[in-house]
Design a protein around this ligand. Structure first.
Ligand SMILES: Cc1cc2nc3c(=O)[nH]c(=O)nc-3n(C[C@H](O)[C@H](O)[C@H](O)COP(=O)(O)OP(=O)(O)OC[C@H]3O[C@@H](n4cnc5c(N)ncnc54)[C@H](O)[C@@H]3O)c2cc1C
Length: 393
Protein backbone atom coordinates (compact mmCIF):
# COMPACT_ATOMS: atom_id res chain seq x y z
CA UNK A 1 0.00 0.00 0.00
CA UNK A 2 1.47 3.36 -0.98
CA UNK A 3 -0.47 5.65 1.31
CA UNK A 4 0.69 5.68 4.91
CA UNK A 5 -2.13 6.24 7.40
CA UNK A 6 -0.23 8.83 9.40
CA UNK A 7 2.10 10.78 7.17
CA UNK A 8 0.76 10.58 3.65
CA UNK A 9 2.94 8.52 1.34
CA UNK A 10 5.43 5.97 2.60
CA UNK A 11 8.89 7.44 3.06
CA UNK A 12 12.12 5.55 2.37
CA UNK A 13 13.66 7.53 5.26
CA UNK A 14 11.36 6.07 7.94
CA UNK A 15 11.53 2.84 9.94
CA UNK A 16 8.70 1.05 11.74
CA UNK A 17 9.98 2.60 14.98
CA UNK A 18 9.57 6.09 13.50
CA UNK A 19 5.97 5.30 12.54
CA UNK A 20 5.31 4.03 16.09
CA UNK A 21 6.69 7.28 17.50
CA UNK A 22 4.42 9.21 15.14
CA UNK A 23 1.36 7.25 16.24
CA UNK A 24 2.17 7.66 19.95
CA UNK A 25 2.82 11.41 19.67
CA UNK A 26 -0.26 11.90 17.47
CA UNK A 27 -2.48 10.20 20.07
CA UNK A 28 -0.95 12.37 22.82
CA UNK A 29 -1.31 15.59 20.78
CA UNK A 30 -4.92 14.89 19.88
CA UNK A 31 -5.95 13.89 23.41
CA UNK A 32 -3.87 16.23 25.57
CA UNK A 33 -2.97 19.30 23.51
CA UNK A 34 -5.70 19.80 20.91
CA UNK A 35 -8.53 20.39 23.44
CA UNK A 36 -6.51 23.16 25.16
CA UNK A 37 -5.05 24.93 22.12
CA UNK A 38 -7.90 27.38 21.48
CA UNK A 39 -8.01 28.66 25.08
CA UNK A 40 -4.21 28.91 25.49
CA UNK A 41 -4.07 30.95 22.27
CA UNK A 42 -6.96 33.16 23.39
CA UNK A 43 -5.50 33.77 26.87
CA UNK A 44 -1.94 34.03 25.55
CA UNK A 45 -0.91 31.47 28.15
CA UNK A 46 2.30 29.45 28.38
CA UNK A 47 1.25 26.08 29.83
CA UNK A 48 3.69 24.67 32.41
CA UNK A 49 1.40 21.69 32.74
CA UNK A 50 1.74 20.78 29.05
CA UNK A 51 5.54 21.21 29.23
CA UNK A 52 5.60 18.74 32.14
CA UNK A 53 3.36 16.31 30.27
CA UNK A 54 5.52 16.54 27.14
CA UNK A 55 8.50 15.88 29.45
CA UNK A 56 6.80 12.79 30.91
CA UNK A 57 6.16 11.59 27.35
CA UNK A 58 9.94 11.74 26.79
CA UNK A 59 9.69 14.50 24.17
CA UNK A 60 12.44 16.60 25.75
CA UNK A 61 15.96 15.41 25.17
CA UNK A 62 14.79 12.82 22.63
CA UNK A 63 18.22 12.82 20.92
CA UNK A 64 20.28 13.06 24.12
CA UNK A 65 21.98 9.87 25.38
CA UNK A 66 20.26 8.10 28.26
CA UNK A 67 23.19 8.76 30.61
CA UNK A 68 22.15 12.46 30.64
CA UNK A 69 18.46 11.65 31.02
CA UNK A 70 17.49 11.62 27.32
CA UNK A 71 16.00 8.96 25.07
CA UNK A 72 19.01 8.36 22.80
CA UNK A 73 16.89 8.48 19.62
CA UNK A 74 17.82 9.90 16.22
CA UNK A 75 16.96 13.42 14.99
CA UNK A 76 14.33 12.01 12.63
CA UNK A 77 12.33 10.78 15.65
CA UNK A 78 12.41 14.25 17.20
CA UNK A 79 11.34 15.84 13.90
CA UNK A 80 8.35 13.48 13.66
CA UNK A 81 7.36 14.43 17.22
CA UNK A 82 7.47 18.16 16.38
CA UNK A 83 5.48 17.56 13.18
CA UNK A 84 2.75 15.77 15.11
CA UNK A 85 2.49 18.42 17.83
CA UNK A 86 2.39 21.21 15.18
CA UNK A 87 -0.40 19.33 13.41
CA UNK A 88 -2.63 20.44 16.31
CA UNK A 89 -0.81 23.39 17.95
CA UNK A 90 2.25 25.32 16.70
CA UNK A 91 2.80 26.99 20.07
CA UNK A 92 3.55 23.74 21.91
CA UNK A 93 5.64 22.63 18.93
CA UNK A 94 7.57 25.93 19.12
CA UNK A 95 8.30 25.52 22.83
CA UNK A 96 9.42 21.94 22.24
CA UNK A 97 11.52 22.72 19.18
CA UNK A 98 13.37 25.71 20.65
CA UNK A 99 13.99 24.00 24.01
CA UNK A 100 15.40 20.88 22.34
CA UNK A 101 17.36 22.18 19.38
CA UNK A 102 18.51 25.57 20.66
CA UNK A 103 18.26 25.08 24.44
CA UNK A 104 19.52 21.56 25.10
CA UNK A 105 21.42 21.17 21.78
CA UNK A 106 24.29 23.64 22.38
CA UNK A 107 24.83 22.38 25.96
CA UNK A 108 25.05 18.79 24.74
CA UNK A 109 27.15 19.55 21.64
CA UNK A 110 29.57 22.12 23.09
CA UNK A 111 29.31 21.84 26.90
CA UNK A 112 31.88 20.40 29.27
CA UNK A 113 31.10 17.16 31.07
CA UNK A 114 30.28 19.17 34.21
CA UNK A 115 27.86 21.44 32.32
CA UNK A 116 26.12 18.44 30.75
CA UNK A 117 25.77 16.65 34.08
CA UNK A 118 24.57 19.81 35.80
CA UNK A 119 21.85 20.87 33.35
CA UNK A 120 20.81 18.09 30.97
CA UNK A 121 18.92 15.65 33.27
CA UNK A 122 16.45 18.31 34.47
CA UNK A 123 16.08 19.79 30.97
CA UNK A 124 15.41 16.35 29.47
CA UNK A 125 12.70 15.62 32.06
CA UNK A 126 10.69 18.73 31.21
CA UNK A 127 11.10 20.16 34.72
CA UNK A 128 12.67 23.27 33.17
CA UNK A 129 13.03 25.01 29.81
CA UNK A 130 16.14 26.72 28.42
CA UNK A 131 16.45 29.74 26.12
CA UNK A 132 18.83 30.68 23.30
CA UNK A 133 19.55 34.40 23.04
CA UNK A 134 21.06 35.73 19.85
CA UNK A 135 18.71 38.49 18.65
CA UNK A 136 19.11 42.05 19.96
CA UNK A 137 16.96 45.13 19.38
CA UNK A 138 19.44 46.38 16.74
CA UNK A 139 20.80 43.05 15.53
CA UNK A 140 18.37 40.53 14.05
CA UNK A 141 19.38 39.06 10.68
CA UNK A 142 22.75 40.77 11.10
CA UNK A 143 23.64 38.90 14.29
CA UNK A 144 27.35 39.77 13.98
CA UNK A 145 26.34 43.34 14.69
CA UNK A 146 25.17 42.39 18.20
CA UNK A 147 26.60 44.48 21.01
CA UNK A 148 25.94 42.64 24.29
CA UNK A 149 29.40 42.42 25.87
CA UNK A 150 31.05 40.06 28.33
CA UNK A 151 34.32 41.06 30.02
CA UNK A 152 36.48 38.50 31.75
CA UNK A 153 38.08 39.77 34.95
CA UNK A 154 39.58 37.60 37.66
CA UNK A 155 37.33 34.57 37.72
CA UNK A 156 34.10 35.93 36.31
CA UNK A 157 32.40 37.34 33.21
CA UNK A 158 30.57 40.64 33.56
CA UNK A 159 27.75 40.90 31.01
CA UNK A 160 26.05 44.10 29.84
CA UNK A 161 23.42 44.46 27.12
CA UNK A 162 20.00 43.18 26.13
CA UNK A 163 18.37 40.53 23.95
CA UNK A 164 14.90 40.49 22.45
CA UNK A 165 12.29 38.03 21.11
CA UNK A 166 13.71 35.21 23.23
CA UNK A 167 11.54 32.05 23.30
CA UNK A 168 11.23 30.41 26.76
CA UNK A 169 13.07 33.44 28.20
CA UNK A 170 10.77 34.40 31.09
CA UNK A 171 8.73 31.56 32.56
CA UNK A 172 8.74 30.29 36.15
CA UNK A 173 10.41 27.12 34.82
CA UNK A 174 13.14 28.87 32.76
CA UNK A 175 16.36 27.43 34.16
CA UNK A 176 18.67 29.67 32.14
CA UNK A 177 19.83 31.02 28.82
CA UNK A 178 22.75 30.55 26.43
CA UNK A 179 23.64 33.96 25.02
CA UNK A 180 26.02 35.29 22.42
CA UNK A 181 28.24 38.10 23.69
CA UNK A 182 31.11 40.12 22.24
CA UNK A 183 34.25 39.00 24.08
CA UNK A 184 36.99 40.51 21.94
CA UNK A 185 38.16 42.24 18.76
CA UNK A 186 40.37 40.55 16.17
CA UNK A 187 41.71 42.55 13.19
CA UNK A 188 39.02 45.16 13.78
CA UNK A 189 36.20 42.59 13.87
CA UNK A 190 34.14 41.58 16.89
CA UNK A 191 34.67 38.07 18.22
CA UNK A 192 31.90 36.31 20.12
CA UNK A 193 31.54 33.67 22.80
CA UNK A 194 28.52 31.79 24.12
CA UNK A 195 27.89 32.08 27.84
CA UNK A 196 25.43 30.40 30.17
CA UNK A 197 23.42 32.60 32.55
CA UNK A 198 21.11 30.92 35.05
CA UNK A 199 17.78 32.46 35.94
CA UNK A 200 18.01 34.29 39.26
CA UNK A 201 21.58 35.54 38.65
CA UNK A 202 21.98 39.08 39.99
CA UNK A 203 21.87 41.64 37.16
CA UNK A 204 19.77 39.39 34.88
CA UNK A 205 16.12 40.37 34.45
CA UNK A 206 13.46 39.52 31.88
CA UNK A 207 10.14 40.89 30.64
CA UNK A 208 7.55 38.94 28.66
CA UNK A 209 6.52 40.41 25.29
CA UNK A 210 2.70 40.42 25.05
CA UNK A 211 0.07 40.72 22.31
CA UNK A 212 1.73 38.51 19.71
CA UNK A 213 -0.17 37.68 16.53
CA UNK A 214 1.06 34.08 16.54
CA UNK A 215 2.55 31.40 18.79
CA UNK A 216 0.52 32.98 21.58
CA UNK A 217 0.97 29.89 23.77
CA UNK A 218 4.76 30.32 23.76
CA UNK A 219 6.72 32.62 26.04
CA UNK A 220 8.69 35.37 24.28
CA UNK A 221 10.84 37.74 26.31
CA UNK A 222 13.25 40.62 26.41
CA UNK A 223 16.33 39.91 28.52
CA UNK A 224 18.43 42.55 30.28
CA UNK A 225 21.98 42.14 31.58
CA UNK A 226 23.18 44.87 33.87
CA UNK A 227 26.64 44.19 35.31
CA UNK A 228 25.55 40.58 35.48
CA UNK A 229 28.39 38.41 36.85
CA UNK A 230 28.73 34.70 36.13
CA UNK A 231 31.67 32.36 36.87
CA UNK A 232 34.41 31.98 34.23
CA UNK A 233 33.39 28.31 33.78
CA UNK A 234 30.01 29.42 32.37
CA UNK A 235 31.52 29.88 28.93
CA UNK A 236 30.04 27.27 26.54
CA UNK A 237 32.66 26.01 24.08
CA UNK A 238 35.92 27.80 23.28
CA UNK A 239 36.29 31.58 23.70
CA UNK A 240 35.82 33.38 20.37
CA UNK A 241 33.85 30.50 18.80
CA UNK A 242 30.43 31.79 19.85
CA UNK A 243 29.24 32.78 16.41
CA UNK A 244 30.10 29.34 15.02
CA UNK A 245 28.31 27.63 17.92
CA UNK A 246 25.20 29.75 17.45
CA UNK A 247 25.09 29.22 13.67
CA UNK A 248 25.67 25.45 13.94
CA UNK A 249 22.89 25.25 16.54
CA UNK A 250 20.61 27.18 14.19
CA UNK A 251 21.16 24.55 11.46
CA UNK A 252 19.55 21.97 13.75
CA UNK A 253 16.94 24.57 14.76
CA UNK A 254 15.97 25.11 11.12
CA UNK A 255 14.96 21.45 10.87
CA UNK A 256 12.65 22.05 13.85
CA UNK A 257 11.07 25.07 12.13
CA UNK A 258 10.68 23.05 8.92
CA UNK A 259 8.95 20.29 10.91
CA UNK A 260 6.54 22.84 12.39
CA UNK A 261 5.83 24.01 8.82
CA UNK A 262 5.12 20.47 7.56
CA UNK A 263 3.02 19.62 10.65
CA UNK A 264 1.02 22.85 10.51
CA UNK A 265 0.40 22.41 6.78
CA UNK A 266 -0.69 18.79 7.35
CA UNK A 267 -3.17 19.87 10.04
CA UNK A 268 -4.53 22.72 7.87
CA UNK A 269 -4.87 20.44 4.83
CA UNK A 270 -6.71 17.74 6.81
CA UNK A 271 -9.16 20.33 8.17
CA UNK A 272 -9.75 21.71 4.67
CA UNK A 273 -10.26 18.25 3.15
CA UNK A 274 -12.76 17.25 5.82
CA UNK A 275 -14.60 20.56 5.48
CA UNK A 276 -14.67 20.35 1.66
CA UNK A 277 -16.23 16.88 1.79
CA UNK A 278 -18.95 17.91 4.23
CA UNK A 279 -19.82 21.45 3.03
CA UNK A 280 -22.46 21.44 0.29
CA UNK A 281 -23.03 24.26 -2.19
CA UNK A 282 -24.92 24.07 -5.51
CA UNK A 283 -26.28 20.69 -4.47
CA UNK A 284 -22.97 18.87 -3.96
CA UNK A 285 -19.95 18.77 -1.66
CA UNK A 286 -17.58 21.60 -2.51
CA UNK A 287 -14.83 18.95 -2.95
CA UNK A 288 -16.76 17.99 -6.11
CA UNK A 289 -16.06 21.42 -7.59
CA UNK A 290 -12.86 21.14 -9.58
CA UNK A 291 -11.51 24.49 -8.33
CA UNK A 292 -11.59 23.15 -4.74
CA UNK A 293 -10.34 19.65 -5.56
CA UNK A 294 -7.34 21.13 -7.43
CA UNK A 295 -6.48 23.27 -4.43
CA UNK A 296 -6.52 20.13 -2.24
CA UNK A 297 -4.37 18.23 -4.74
CA UNK A 298 -1.80 21.05 -4.76
CA UNK A 299 -1.79 21.25 -0.96
CA UNK A 300 -1.17 17.50 -0.66
CA UNK A 301 1.60 17.62 -3.28
CA UNK A 302 3.41 20.54 -1.61
CA UNK A 303 3.29 18.91 1.83
CA UNK A 304 4.73 15.67 0.45
CA UNK A 305 7.57 17.58 -1.23
CA UNK A 306 8.33 19.64 1.87
CA UNK A 307 8.32 16.53 4.08
CA UNK A 308 10.62 14.65 1.70
CA UNK A 309 13.18 17.49 1.71
CA UNK A 310 12.98 17.71 5.50
CA UNK A 311 13.54 13.97 5.92
CA UNK A 312 16.47 14.05 3.50
CA UNK A 313 18.14 16.77 5.60
CA UNK A 314 17.46 14.73 8.78
CA UNK A 315 18.91 11.63 7.18
CA UNK A 316 22.12 13.54 6.37
CA UNK A 317 22.34 14.85 9.95
CA UNK A 318 21.65 11.41 11.44
CA UNK A 319 24.34 9.95 9.20
CA UNK A 320 26.94 12.55 10.27
CA UNK A 321 27.03 14.23 6.86
CA UNK A 322 26.88 17.94 6.07
CA UNK A 323 23.27 19.11 6.18
CA UNK A 324 23.46 22.90 6.42
CA UNK A 325 22.30 23.65 2.84
CA UNK A 326 19.57 21.01 2.98
CA UNK A 327 18.35 22.35 6.35
CA UNK A 328 18.18 25.84 4.86
CA UNK A 329 16.19 24.63 1.84
CA UNK A 330 13.88 22.58 4.08
CA UNK A 331 13.26 25.55 6.39
CA UNK A 332 12.57 27.96 3.55
CA UNK A 333 10.40 25.60 1.53
CA UNK A 334 8.37 24.18 4.45
CA UNK A 335 7.64 27.60 5.89
CA UNK A 336 6.43 28.87 2.51
CA UNK A 337 4.36 25.71 1.96
CA UNK A 338 2.80 26.24 5.41
CA UNK A 339 1.85 29.78 4.35
CA UNK A 340 0.31 28.68 1.01
CA UNK A 341 -1.52 25.69 2.48
CA UNK A 342 -2.94 27.62 5.46
CA UNK A 343 -4.08 30.37 3.10
CA UNK A 344 -5.86 27.93 0.77
CA UNK A 345 -7.36 26.09 3.75
CA UNK A 346 -8.92 29.37 4.93
CA UNK A 347 -10.25 29.94 1.39
CA UNK A 348 -11.84 26.48 1.34
CA UNK A 349 -13.55 27.25 4.69
CA UNK A 350 -15.08 30.41 3.17
CA UNK A 351 -16.38 32.86 5.80
CA UNK A 352 -16.07 30.26 8.56
CA UNK A 353 -12.30 30.28 8.04
CA UNK A 354 -12.23 33.83 9.34
CA UNK A 355 -13.97 32.99 12.61
CA UNK A 356 -11.86 32.05 15.65
CA UNK A 357 -14.17 29.18 16.54
CA UNK A 358 -12.61 27.33 13.58
CA UNK A 359 -8.99 26.26 14.36
CA UNK A 360 -7.89 27.08 10.82
CA UNK A 361 -7.91 30.77 11.83
CA UNK A 362 -5.20 30.07 14.45
CA UNK A 363 -3.19 28.00 11.95
CA UNK A 364 -3.30 30.91 9.50
CA UNK A 365 -1.80 33.26 12.13
CA UNK A 366 0.73 30.74 13.48
CA UNK A 367 2.31 29.97 10.10
CA UNK A 368 3.49 33.59 9.81
CA UNK A 369 6.21 33.01 12.41
CA UNK A 370 7.91 30.41 10.24
CA UNK A 371 9.09 32.81 7.52
CA UNK A 372 10.71 35.06 10.17
CA UNK A 373 11.95 33.04 13.18
CA UNK A 374 15.42 31.43 13.14
CA UNK A 375 16.35 33.39 10.01
CA UNK A 376 13.92 35.09 7.61
CA UNK A 377 13.04 33.70 4.18
CA UNK A 378 15.19 36.40 2.58
CA UNK A 379 18.20 35.34 4.66
CA UNK A 380 17.63 31.66 3.76
CA UNK A 381 17.75 32.70 0.09
CA UNK A 382 20.99 34.62 0.73
CA UNK A 383 22.49 31.48 2.32
CA UNK A 384 21.41 29.26 -0.61
CA UNK A 385 22.73 31.81 -3.14
CA UNK A 386 26.10 31.83 -1.29
CA UNK A 387 26.24 28.03 -1.60
CA UNK A 388 25.71 28.51 -5.36
CA UNK A 389 28.74 30.79 -5.52
CA UNK A 390 26.83 34.01 -6.11
CA UNK A 391 28.08 37.32 -4.66
CA UNK A 392 31.53 37.17 -6.23
CA UNK A 393 33.83 39.84 -4.74
C1 LIG B 1 7.97 34.95 18.45
C2 LIG B 1 9.45 35.06 18.16
C3 LIG B 1 10.34 34.19 18.80
C4 LIG B 1 11.72 34.31 18.58
N1 LIG B 1 12.60 33.52 19.30
C5 LIG B 1 13.93 33.79 19.25
C6 LIG B 1 14.86 33.11 20.13
O1 LIG B 1 14.47 32.23 20.92
N2 LIG B 1 16.16 33.48 20.12
C7 LIG B 1 16.63 34.45 19.28
O2 LIG B 1 17.82 34.74 19.33
N3 LIG B 1 15.79 35.11 18.42
C8 LIG B 1 14.46 34.79 18.40
N4 LIG B 1 13.59 35.46 17.55
C9 LIG B 1 14.12 36.51 16.65
C10 LIG B 1 14.11 36.12 15.19
O3 LIG B 1 15.07 35.14 14.93
C11 LIG B 1 14.33 37.44 14.40
O4 LIG B 1 13.11 38.18 14.50
C12 LIG B 1 14.70 37.20 12.95
O5 LIG B 1 15.99 36.64 12.87
C13 LIG B 1 14.67 38.50 12.13
O6 LIG B 1 15.32 39.53 12.77
P1 LIG B 1 14.59 40.98 12.91
O7 LIG B 1 13.25 40.73 13.48
O8 LIG B 1 15.49 41.88 13.67
O9 LIG B 1 14.40 41.49 11.42
P2 LIG B 1 15.48 42.27 10.53
O10 LIG B 1 16.78 41.54 10.54
O11 LIG B 1 15.50 43.70 10.92
O12 LIG B 1 14.84 42.14 9.10
C14 LIG B 1 13.77 42.95 8.63
C15 LIG B 1 13.51 42.61 7.17
O13 LIG B 1 14.68 42.90 6.38
C16 LIG B 1 15.09 41.74 5.68
N5 LIG B 1 16.55 41.70 5.56
C17 LIG B 1 17.48 41.94 6.53
N6 LIG B 1 18.71 41.78 6.05
C18 LIG B 1 18.58 41.43 4.74
C19 LIG B 1 19.50 41.11 3.70
N7 LIG B 1 20.83 41.06 3.90
N8 LIG B 1 19.00 40.78 2.48
C20 LIG B 1 17.67 40.78 2.26
N9 LIG B 1 16.74 41.06 3.21
C21 LIG B 1 17.20 41.38 4.44
C22 LIG B 1 14.58 40.59 6.51
O14 LIG B 1 14.48 39.39 5.76
C23 LIG B 1 13.22 41.11 6.96
O15 LIG B 1 12.28 40.95 5.94
C24 LIG B 1 12.21 35.29 17.68
C25 LIG B 1 11.30 36.12 17.00
C26 LIG B 1 9.94 36.02 17.24
C27 LIG B 1 9.01 36.95 16.53
Amino acid sequence: MRINKYSGMKSPFLTQEHEMIRQTVRDFAEKEISPLAYQLDKDEEFSIDLVKRMGEMGLFGMCIPQKYGGQGLDYQSFIIAIEEIARVDSSQAGTLSVHNSLGIGPIYNFGTEQQKEKYLPDLCRGNYVWAFALTEPNAGSDSRNSSTKANLKDDSWTINGSKTFITNGNTSITRGVTLQAVTGINEGKKTFSTIIVEQGTEGFTAETIHDKMMWRGTNTAQLFFNDCKVPKENILGPQGEGSKIMLQSLDAGKLGVAAIGVGLAQGAYEMALQYAKSRKQFGKSISNHQAISFKLADMHMKIELARTMLYKACWLKDNQQKFSLEATIAKLYSSEVAKEVADEAVQIHGGYGLIKEYPIERFFRDQRMLQIGEGTSEIQRVIIAKHLGCYIK
